[in-house]
Design a binder for this molecule. Sequence first.
Ligand SMILES: Nc1nc2c(c(=O)[nH]1)N[C@H]1C(S)=C(S)[C@@H](COP(=O)(O)O)O[C@H]1N2
Ligand SMILES: [Mo]
Length: 384
Amino acid sequence: MNRREILKGFLAASLASQIQSLGWQNPIQAPSAASRFLTLVNFADEPAYAMETVIGSGLDGRLCTDLAAMEAYTRTTPTEKFYVRTCGSPLLPDAASWRIRIRGPGVQPVNLSLNDLNKKARSCGEHLMECSGNSGVGHFGLISVAQWEGVPLTDVLERAGFGRNRPAKRVLVSGFDHYPAPSATSTPGASWIFSLAELAADQAFLATTMNNEPLTRDHGDPVRLVVPGWYGCACIKWVNEIALVEDSAAATSHMREFAARTHQAGVPRLAREYESAVIDPAAMPVRLEKWMAGDKISYCVLGILWGASRPVGGLEIQFNPHQPFVAVDGFAQDKEDGWNFWTHAWTPSNPGRYTIRLRLKNRMIRTRRLDSGHYRRTVVIHEV
Ligand SMILES: Nc1nc2c(c(=O)[nH]1)N[C@H]1C(S)=C(S)[C@@H](COP(=O)(O)O)O[C@H]1N2
Ligand SMILES: [Mo]
Protein backbone atom coordinates (compact mmCIF):
# COMPACT_ATOMS: atom_id res chain seq x y z
CA MET A 1 0.00 0.00 0.00
CA ASN A 2 1.27 3.44 -0.77
CA ARG A 3 0.94 6.35 1.59
CA ARG A 4 -2.21 7.58 -0.03
CA GLU A 5 -3.94 4.24 0.32
CA ILE A 6 -2.88 3.96 3.95
CA LEU A 7 -4.26 7.40 4.74
CA LYS A 8 -7.42 6.67 2.88
CA GLY A 9 -7.95 3.42 4.76
CA PHE A 10 -7.14 5.04 8.06
CA LEU A 11 -9.53 7.89 7.52
CA ALA A 12 -12.36 5.66 6.40
CA ALA A 13 -11.88 3.26 9.30
CA SER A 14 -11.61 5.94 11.96
CA LEU A 15 -14.65 7.80 10.67
CA ALA A 16 -16.69 4.68 10.26
CA SER A 17 -15.93 3.41 13.76
CA GLN A 18 -16.61 6.76 15.30
CA ILE A 19 -19.86 7.24 13.47
CA GLN A 20 -21.03 3.80 14.55
CA SER A 21 -20.02 4.22 18.17
CA LEU A 22 -21.84 7.52 18.40
CA GLY A 23 -24.94 6.17 16.70
CA TRP A 24 -24.59 8.61 13.82
CA GLN A 25 -24.15 11.57 16.08
CA ASN A 26 -22.00 14.53 15.25
CA PRO A 27 -18.52 13.34 14.22
CA ILE A 28 -17.05 16.83 14.39
CA GLN A 29 -14.56 15.78 17.00
CA ALA A 30 -11.18 14.43 16.08
CA PRO A 31 -11.50 10.65 15.87
CA SER A 32 -7.82 10.40 16.72
CA ALA A 33 -4.87 12.64 17.47
CA ALA A 34 -3.61 12.19 13.93
CA SER A 35 -6.68 13.54 12.14
CA ARG A 36 -8.66 16.67 12.58
CA PHE A 37 -11.94 17.85 11.13
CA LEU A 38 -11.53 21.16 9.31
CA THR A 39 -14.81 22.18 7.72
CA LEU A 40 -17.86 21.22 5.73
CA VAL A 41 -17.85 21.80 1.99
CA ASN A 42 -21.19 22.96 0.61
CA PHE A 43 -22.70 21.50 -2.53
CA ALA A 44 -22.37 23.95 -5.38
CA ASP A 45 -25.19 24.83 -7.81
CA GLU A 46 -27.93 24.37 -5.20
CA PRO A 47 -29.73 27.58 -4.19
CA ALA A 48 -29.60 28.64 -0.53
CA TYR A 49 -32.63 27.25 1.28
CA ALA A 50 -33.87 27.59 4.88
CA MET A 51 -33.77 24.01 6.12
CA GLU A 52 -35.97 22.49 8.84
CA THR A 53 -38.38 25.41 8.98
CA VAL A 54 -41.83 25.48 7.46
CA ILE A 55 -41.94 27.68 4.38
CA GLY A 56 -45.31 28.57 2.87
CA SER A 57 -48.68 27.15 3.86
CA GLY A 58 -51.34 24.71 2.70
CA LEU A 59 -50.50 22.89 -0.53
CA ASP A 60 -47.41 25.08 -0.95
CA GLY A 61 -46.14 24.43 2.60
CA ARG A 62 -42.72 22.76 2.69
CA LEU A 63 -40.13 21.73 5.26
CA CYS A 64 -36.88 20.14 4.16
CA THR A 65 -34.85 17.78 6.35
CA ASP A 66 -31.25 18.91 6.60
CA LEU A 67 -29.42 15.76 5.57
CA ALA A 68 -26.04 17.45 6.01
CA ALA A 69 -26.73 17.98 9.72
CA MET A 70 -25.57 14.98 11.62
CA GLU A 71 -28.76 14.73 13.64
CA ALA A 72 -30.29 13.48 10.42
CA TYR A 73 -28.00 10.50 10.63
CA THR A 74 -30.02 8.67 13.20
CA ARG A 75 -32.14 5.71 12.23
CA THR A 76 -35.18 7.95 12.21
CA THR A 77 -35.80 11.66 11.68
CA PRO A 78 -37.16 13.55 14.69
CA THR A 79 -40.76 14.42 13.89
CA GLU A 80 -40.19 18.19 13.90
CA LYS A 81 -37.48 17.69 11.27
CA PHE A 82 -39.37 15.15 9.15
CA TYR A 83 -40.00 16.73 5.76
CA VAL A 84 -43.36 18.30 5.04
CA ARG A 85 -44.99 18.48 1.65
CA THR A 86 -48.36 20.24 2.15
CA CYS A 87 -49.18 21.70 5.55
CA GLY A 88 -52.34 20.89 7.48
CA SER A 89 -55.26 23.12 6.50
CA PRO A 90 -56.89 25.46 9.02
CA LEU A 91 -60.16 24.09 7.64
CA LEU A 92 -59.45 20.53 8.84
CA PRO A 93 -62.37 19.17 10.90
CA ASP A 94 -61.93 18.32 14.53
CA ALA A 95 -60.22 14.99 15.26
CA ALA A 96 -63.01 14.08 17.72
CA SER A 97 -65.57 13.97 14.92
CA TRP A 98 -63.22 12.34 12.36
CA ARG A 99 -64.64 9.38 10.44
CA ILE A 100 -63.24 7.39 7.56
CA ARG A 101 -66.04 6.52 5.20
CA ILE A 102 -65.55 3.12 3.62
CA ARG A 103 -67.76 2.43 0.63
CA GLY A 104 -68.00 0.15 -2.37
CA PRO A 105 -70.40 -1.39 -4.84
CA GLY A 106 -72.94 -3.73 -3.24
CA VAL A 107 -71.85 -3.15 0.35
CA GLN A 108 -73.31 -0.96 3.10
CA PRO A 109 -70.98 2.00 3.67
CA VAL A 110 -69.13 1.88 6.99
CA ASN A 111 -67.96 4.83 9.04
CA LEU A 112 -64.78 3.94 10.82
CA SER A 113 -64.03 6.04 13.91
CA LEU A 114 -60.57 6.83 15.20
CA ASN A 115 -61.41 4.84 18.30
CA ASP A 116 -61.98 1.71 16.22
CA LEU A 117 -58.73 2.30 14.43
CA ASN A 118 -56.63 3.14 17.50
CA LYS A 119 -57.77 -0.07 19.20
CA LYS A 120 -56.28 -2.13 16.37
CA ALA A 121 -53.07 -0.11 15.93
CA ARG A 122 -49.78 -1.96 16.28
CA SER A 123 -46.18 -1.31 15.39
CA CYS A 124 -45.65 -1.17 11.63
CA GLY A 125 -41.89 -0.55 11.68
CA GLU A 126 -39.48 2.05 10.39
CA HIS A 127 -40.10 3.39 6.91
CA LEU A 128 -38.53 5.99 4.71
CA MET A 129 -40.66 8.46 2.81
CA GLU A 130 -39.49 10.54 -0.11
CA CYS A 131 -41.39 13.14 -2.11
CA SER A 132 -41.24 12.30 -5.80
CA GLY A 133 -40.46 16.00 -6.31
CA ASN A 134 -37.34 15.79 -4.12
CA SER A 135 -34.58 17.84 -5.76
CA GLY A 136 -31.63 20.17 -5.29
CA VAL A 137 -34.09 22.92 -4.38
CA GLY A 138 -34.14 22.23 -0.64
CA HIS A 139 -30.88 20.25 -0.89
CA PHE A 140 -32.76 16.98 -1.54
CA GLY A 141 -34.34 17.29 1.91
CA LEU A 142 -37.80 15.97 1.00
CA ILE A 143 -36.82 12.58 2.41
CA SER A 144 -37.08 11.29 5.99
CA VAL A 145 -37.51 8.13 8.05
CA ALA A 146 -39.97 7.54 10.90
CA GLN A 147 -41.19 4.76 13.13
CA TRP A 148 -44.88 4.13 12.56
CA GLU A 149 -47.86 2.49 14.23
CA GLY A 150 -51.13 1.79 12.50
CA VAL A 151 -53.45 -0.79 10.99
CA PRO A 152 -52.81 -2.64 7.71
CA LEU A 153 -55.23 -1.36 5.10
CA THR A 154 -56.17 -4.88 4.04
CA ASP A 155 -57.29 -5.61 7.65
CA VAL A 156 -59.41 -2.47 7.66
CA LEU A 157 -61.05 -3.55 4.41
CA GLU A 158 -61.65 -7.13 5.56
CA ARG A 159 -63.23 -6.00 8.80
CA ALA A 160 -65.50 -3.62 6.98
CA GLY A 161 -66.70 -6.55 4.88
CA PHE A 162 -64.63 -5.67 1.83
CA GLY A 163 -62.72 -8.91 1.61
CA ARG A 164 -60.48 -10.07 -1.17
CA ASN A 165 -63.15 -12.04 -2.98
CA ARG A 166 -65.09 -8.99 -4.07
CA PRO A 167 -65.17 -8.26 -7.77
CA ALA A 168 -63.71 -4.76 -7.21
CA LYS A 169 -59.96 -5.15 -7.15
CA ARG A 170 -59.00 -1.51 -6.69
CA VAL A 171 -59.05 0.77 -3.71
CA LEU A 172 -59.27 4.56 -3.77
CA VAL A 173 -57.81 6.30 -0.72
CA SER A 174 -58.63 10.00 -0.39
CA GLY A 175 -57.64 12.67 2.08
CA PHE A 176 -58.94 16.02 3.20
CA ASP A 177 -57.57 18.70 0.89
CA HIS A 178 -59.44 21.99 1.30
CA TYR A 179 -57.46 25.15 1.85
CA PRO A 180 -58.50 28.74 2.33
CA ALA A 181 -56.36 29.92 -0.59
CA PRO A 182 -55.60 28.32 -3.97
CA SER A 183 -52.15 26.81 -4.47
CA ALA A 184 -49.49 28.23 -6.77
CA THR A 185 -47.95 24.85 -7.53
CA SER A 186 -50.22 21.90 -6.75
CA THR A 187 -53.63 20.49 -7.51
CA PRO A 188 -55.80 19.85 -4.42
CA GLY A 189 -57.56 16.49 -4.01
CA ALA A 190 -54.91 14.02 -2.83
CA SER A 191 -56.06 10.49 -3.63
CA TRP A 192 -54.51 7.36 -5.10
CA ILE A 193 -56.00 4.17 -6.49
CA PHE A 194 -54.20 0.95 -5.59
CA SER A 195 -54.81 -2.64 -6.49
CA LEU A 196 -55.64 -4.92 -3.56
CA ALA A 197 -52.58 -6.92 -4.51
CA GLU A 198 -50.30 -3.88 -4.17
CA LEU A 199 -51.75 -2.96 -0.79
CA ALA A 200 -51.25 -6.50 0.48
CA ALA A 201 -47.79 -7.06 -1.01
CA ASP A 202 -46.35 -3.76 0.15
CA GLN A 203 -48.20 -3.82 3.49
CA ALA A 204 -49.77 -0.39 3.25
CA PHE A 205 -51.16 0.79 6.57
CA LEU A 206 -53.26 3.57 8.04
CA ALA A 207 -50.83 5.26 10.40
CA THR A 208 -52.05 6.60 13.72
CA THR A 209 -48.71 7.44 15.33
CA MET A 210 -45.29 8.60 14.12
CA ASN A 211 -42.18 8.16 16.25
CA ASN A 212 -44.45 6.93 19.07
CA GLU A 213 -46.46 10.16 19.27
CA PRO A 214 -49.82 11.02 17.74
CA LEU A 215 -49.44 12.32 14.18
CA THR A 216 -48.82 16.04 13.96
CA ARG A 217 -51.16 18.19 11.93
CA ASP A 218 -48.67 18.65 9.08
CA HIS A 219 -48.03 14.90 8.87
CA GLY A 220 -51.67 13.91 8.55
CA ASP A 221 -53.29 14.07 11.99
CA PRO A 222 -55.46 12.15 12.80
CA VAL A 223 -54.75 9.40 10.21
CA ARG A 224 -52.64 8.98 7.10
CA LEU A 225 -51.71 6.24 4.70
CA VAL A 226 -48.15 4.91 4.56
CA VAL A 227 -47.19 2.68 1.65
CA PRO A 228 -43.72 1.32 2.44
CA GLY A 229 -41.31 1.72 -0.46
CA TRP A 230 -43.58 4.05 -2.47
CA TYR A 231 -43.14 7.74 -3.16
CA GLY A 232 -44.79 10.08 -0.66
CA CYS A 233 -47.47 11.17 -3.13
CA ALA A 234 -49.23 7.84 -2.53
CA CYS A 235 -49.08 8.32 1.25
CA ILE A 236 -52.33 10.24 1.56
CA LYS A 237 -52.65 12.44 4.65
CA TRP A 238 -55.88 13.26 6.55
CA VAL A 239 -57.55 10.13 5.15
CA ASN A 240 -61.32 10.52 5.14
CA GLU A 241 -62.49 8.07 2.50
CA ILE A 242 -61.65 4.57 1.30
CA ALA A 243 -63.64 3.30 -1.66
CA LEU A 244 -63.65 0.07 -3.61
CA VAL A 245 -63.75 1.00 -7.26
CA GLU A 246 -64.14 -0.77 -10.57
CA ASP A 247 -61.15 -2.12 -12.40
CA SER A 248 -61.90 0.41 -15.12
CA ALA A 249 -61.69 3.41 -12.72
CA ALA A 250 -60.08 6.54 -14.16
CA ALA A 251 -56.84 7.74 -12.59
CA THR A 252 -57.36 10.56 -10.08
CA SER A 253 -56.16 14.11 -10.80
CA HIS A 254 -53.50 13.55 -8.13
CA MET A 255 -52.22 10.43 -9.93
CA ARG A 256 -52.10 12.35 -13.20
CA GLU A 257 -50.24 15.23 -11.53
CA PHE A 258 -47.61 12.77 -10.27
CA ALA A 259 -47.43 10.51 -13.34
CA ALA A 260 -44.06 11.78 -14.60
CA ARG A 261 -42.55 12.03 -11.13
CA THR A 262 -43.47 8.39 -10.43
CA HIS A 263 -41.94 7.18 -13.71
CA GLN A 264 -45.17 6.32 -15.53
CA ALA A 265 -45.21 6.01 -19.30
CA GLY A 266 -46.89 9.30 -20.20
CA VAL A 267 -50.01 10.16 -18.21
CA PRO A 268 -52.13 7.00 -18.19
CA ARG A 269 -55.87 7.59 -18.19
CA LEU A 270 -56.90 4.56 -16.14
CA ALA A 271 -55.73 3.74 -12.63
CA ARG A 272 -54.88 0.18 -13.65
CA GLU A 273 -52.43 1.49 -16.25
CA TYR A 274 -50.28 2.98 -13.47
CA GLU A 275 -47.25 1.09 -12.34
CA SER A 276 -46.69 0.91 -8.58
CA ALA A 277 -45.18 4.26 -7.57
CA VAL A 278 -42.20 2.56 -5.94
CA ILE A 279 -38.86 4.18 -5.20
CA ASP A 280 -36.02 2.38 -6.96
CA PRO A 281 -32.75 2.02 -5.06
CA ALA A 282 -30.94 5.35 -5.08
CA ALA A 283 -27.95 6.93 -3.38
CA MET A 284 -26.48 10.38 -3.03
CA PRO A 285 -23.83 12.24 -1.06
CA VAL A 286 -25.34 14.37 1.71
CA ARG A 287 -22.29 15.80 3.43
CA LEU A 288 -18.70 16.51 2.44
CA GLU A 289 -16.15 16.93 5.21
CA LYS A 290 -12.67 18.34 4.86
CA TRP A 291 -10.11 16.74 7.17
CA MET A 292 -6.47 17.04 8.02
CA ALA A 293 -5.23 13.45 8.14
CA GLY A 294 -1.65 13.42 9.30
CA ASP A 295 -0.12 16.26 7.27
CA LYS A 296 -2.44 15.84 4.32
CA ILE A 297 -5.79 17.31 3.36
CA SER A 298 -8.40 14.65 2.82
CA TYR A 299 -12.12 14.66 2.24
CA CYS A 300 -14.82 12.37 3.47
CA VAL A 301 -18.03 11.94 1.52
CA LEU A 302 -20.98 10.84 3.64
CA GLY A 303 -24.07 9.65 1.91
CA ILE A 304 -27.24 7.62 2.02
CA LEU A 305 -28.63 4.69 0.10
CA TRP A 306 -32.38 4.11 0.14
CA GLY A 307 -35.25 2.53 -1.75
CA ALA A 308 -33.64 -0.90 -1.63
CA SER A 309 -36.08 -3.63 -0.73
CA ARG A 310 -33.30 -6.21 -0.96
CA PRO A 311 -29.55 -6.20 -0.36
CA VAL A 312 -27.96 -4.38 -3.29
CA GLY A 313 -24.47 -5.86 -2.96
CA GLY A 314 -22.28 -2.82 -3.37
CA LEU A 315 -22.20 0.83 -4.23
CA GLU A 316 -19.89 2.70 -6.61
CA ILE A 317 -18.95 6.37 -6.71
CA GLN A 318 -17.67 8.61 -9.47
CA PHE A 319 -16.12 12.07 -9.12
CA ASN A 320 -16.55 13.37 -12.64
CA PRO A 321 -18.06 12.02 -15.84
CA HIS A 322 -14.67 11.09 -17.30
CA GLN A 323 -13.47 9.29 -14.17
CA PRO A 324 -14.11 5.62 -13.46
CA PHE A 325 -16.65 4.48 -10.87
CA VAL A 326 -14.89 3.01 -7.82
CA ALA A 327 -16.25 0.97 -4.92
CA VAL A 328 -17.56 3.04 -2.00
CA ASP A 329 -15.24 2.04 0.81
CA GLY A 330 -17.50 2.40 3.85
CA PHE A 331 -20.69 0.77 2.67
CA ALA A 332 -22.70 -1.83 4.54
CA GLN A 333 -26.41 -2.26 4.06
CA ASP A 334 -28.24 -3.19 7.22
CA LYS A 335 -31.72 -1.97 6.48
CA GLU A 336 -34.06 -2.46 3.61
CA ASP A 337 -36.70 0.13 4.26
CA GLY A 338 -34.94 3.03 5.85
CA TRP A 339 -31.73 4.65 4.85
CA ASN A 340 -28.27 3.19 5.00
CA PHE A 341 -25.28 5.43 5.57
CA TRP A 342 -22.04 5.14 3.70
CA THR A 343 -18.75 7.00 3.83
CA HIS A 344 -16.00 7.34 1.30
CA ALA A 345 -12.56 8.81 1.91
CA TRP A 346 -11.47 10.95 -1.02
CA THR A 347 -8.20 12.65 -1.85
CA PRO A 348 -8.73 14.53 -5.11
CA SER A 349 -5.49 15.10 -6.97
CA ASN A 350 -6.36 18.62 -8.16
CA PRO A 351 -8.53 21.49 -7.03
CA GLY A 352 -11.60 22.01 -9.19
CA ARG A 353 -15.24 21.18 -9.73
CA TYR A 354 -16.32 17.62 -9.12
CA THR A 355 -19.72 16.14 -9.84
CA ILE A 356 -20.35 13.19 -7.58
CA ARG A 357 -22.50 10.38 -8.84
CA LEU A 358 -23.38 6.97 -7.41
CA ARG A 359 -24.48 3.71 -8.95
CA LEU A 360 -25.10 0.18 -7.75
CA LYS A 361 -22.42 -2.38 -8.35
CA ASN A 362 -25.08 -4.78 -9.57
CA ARG A 363 -26.14 -3.24 -12.86
CA MET A 364 -29.12 -5.63 -13.16
CA ILE A 365 -31.11 -3.82 -10.45
CA ARG A 366 -33.51 -1.18 -11.79
CA THR A 367 -32.41 2.31 -10.71
CA ARG A 368 -34.37 4.67 -12.96
CA ARG A 369 -33.92 7.91 -11.10
CA LEU A 370 -30.29 7.25 -10.20
CA ASP A 371 -29.50 6.46 -13.84
CA SER A 372 -31.13 9.72 -14.94
CA GLY A 373 -28.49 11.66 -13.00
CA HIS A 374 -31.15 13.19 -10.76
CA TYR A 375 -29.08 12.77 -7.57
CA ARG A 376 -25.80 14.13 -8.96
CA ARG A 377 -24.24 16.74 -6.67
CA THR A 378 -21.38 19.08 -7.43
CA VAL A 379 -18.64 20.37 -5.12
CA VAL A 380 -15.82 22.83 -5.68
CA ILE A 381 -12.53 21.79 -4.11
CA HIS A 382 -10.09 24.60 -3.40
CA GLU A 383 -7.38 22.78 -1.53
CA VAL A 384 -5.85 19.32 -1.97
N1 LIG B 1 -54.23 15.08 1.75
C1 LIG B 1 -52.98 15.17 1.22
N2 LIG B 1 -52.14 14.14 1.39
C2 LIG B 1 -50.89 14.19 0.89
C3 LIG B 1 -50.46 15.31 0.13
C4 LIG B 1 -51.36 16.38 -0.04
O1 LIG B 1 -51.04 17.40 -0.68
N3 LIG B 1 -52.61 16.28 0.53
N4 LIG B 1 -49.18 15.31 -0.39
C5 LIG B 1 -48.56 14.02 -0.63
C6 LIG B 1 -47.15 14.13 -0.96
S1 LIG B 1 -46.79 14.68 -2.53
C7 LIG B 1 -46.16 13.71 -0.10
S2 LIG B 1 -44.56 13.70 -0.61
C8 LIG B 1 -46.48 13.27 1.27
C9 LIG B 1 -45.67 14.05 2.28
O2 LIG B 1 -45.92 13.64 3.60
P1 LIG B 1 -45.26 14.47 4.78
O3 LIG B 1 -45.60 15.91 4.58
O4 LIG B 1 -45.81 13.91 6.05
O5 LIG B 1 -43.78 14.25 4.69
O6 LIG B 1 -47.84 13.44 1.59
C10 LIG B 1 -48.74 13.07 0.55
N5 LIG B 1 -50.08 13.12 1.08
MO1 LIG C 1 -44.58 14.42 -2.84
